[in-house]
Design a protein around this ligand. Structure first.
Ligand code: SF4
Length: 154
């Protein structure tokens, strides 16, 4: 049986991004095929109740780890505080991982939900995790991005 892996839906070619576009990644699709992995698409921001298209969001304080501890904050470009949507989307994504038996996740770098090594605070790129990456990591799920496919333990 193929091993299942959570994958950011936008990397698979689904139009889930804030601007209604996709970030389909040929390297990801090839990687999944080569490693005989069954992708389980997730978009934490949609799962958290945000519409598509939606306003771009970034951290106004902290990163995903901080958001889970209650001291981080996410805002839209219009200044609306949306932290709870991001936390809810992370919780729903974790549920999907548990239901489908995924122990790994391949997520989109720099996204406020899915970022693995970097996210944005306003327009500034910082070291930090997205909210979903942080929550999945707390539950022992290995998370790596499309920019570091070699980090996958297969
Ligand atoms: Fe892609 Fe993740 Fe953003 Fe959804 S939340 S559009 S899956 S990067």
């Amino acid at each position: 049986m193929k091993k299942s892996i959570l994958v950011s839906a936008c990397l698979l070619g689904l139009n889930t991004r804030y601007d209604g576009q996709t970030k389909e990644c040929a390297a990801v699709l090839t990687f999944l095929l080569q490693h005989n992995l069954r992708p389980i698409p997730i978009c934490p921001e949609q799962l958290g109740g945000l519409p598509t298209p939606r306003s771009a969001c970034s951290f106004s304080r902290g990163d995903g780890e901080a958001a889970l501890k209650g001291c981080g904050e996410l805002r839209s470009t219009e200044g609306q505080i949306l932290t709870q949507h991001f936390i809810s989307g992370a919780q729903q994504s974790l549920k999907i991982a548990l239901i489908t038996g995924c122990t790994q996740a391949l997520l989109k770098e720099r996204s406020p939900s899915c970022g693995v090594c970097n996210v944005y605070q306003g327009t500034l790129k910082i070291n930090g995790k997205g909210v979903t990456t942080a929550l999945l990591s707390h539950h022992g799920i290995q998370v790596f991005s499309e920019e570091n496919l070699t980090a996958c333990r297969t």
